[in-house]
Design a binder for this molecule. Structure first.
Ligand SMILES: [Zn+2]
Length: 76
């Protein structure tokens, strides 16, 4: 997705925006539930304008570490 190609439909019509999707709308970034203070984290958002697929990356190293402790690992 970051290379500009949609992994779902193969389209090259991928658009990118820092904090492009707001959750909630009034405050930028995303709120991820962990044990630490729940501050908004910046996100790096990619959307394919052909099929609508959204890919989003948390741009917050401390929050990613907290998630690794607080969330169950997938596939285990
Ligand atoms: Zn697509």
């Amino acid at each position: 997705m970051k290379n500009g190609t949609c992994p779902k439909c193969g389209s090259k019509s991928v658009h990118h925006e820092q904090n492009g999707i707001y959750i909630p709308k009034m405050i930028g970034g995303a709120f991820v539930r962990t044990d630490t203070a729940n501050m908004g984290s910046n996100t790096d958002d990619y959307i394919c304008v052909d099929c609508g697929y959204i890919e989003r990356y948390l741009d917050d190293k401390d929050k990613l570490k907290a998630i690794a402790k607080a969330w169950k690992q997938a596939g285990t």
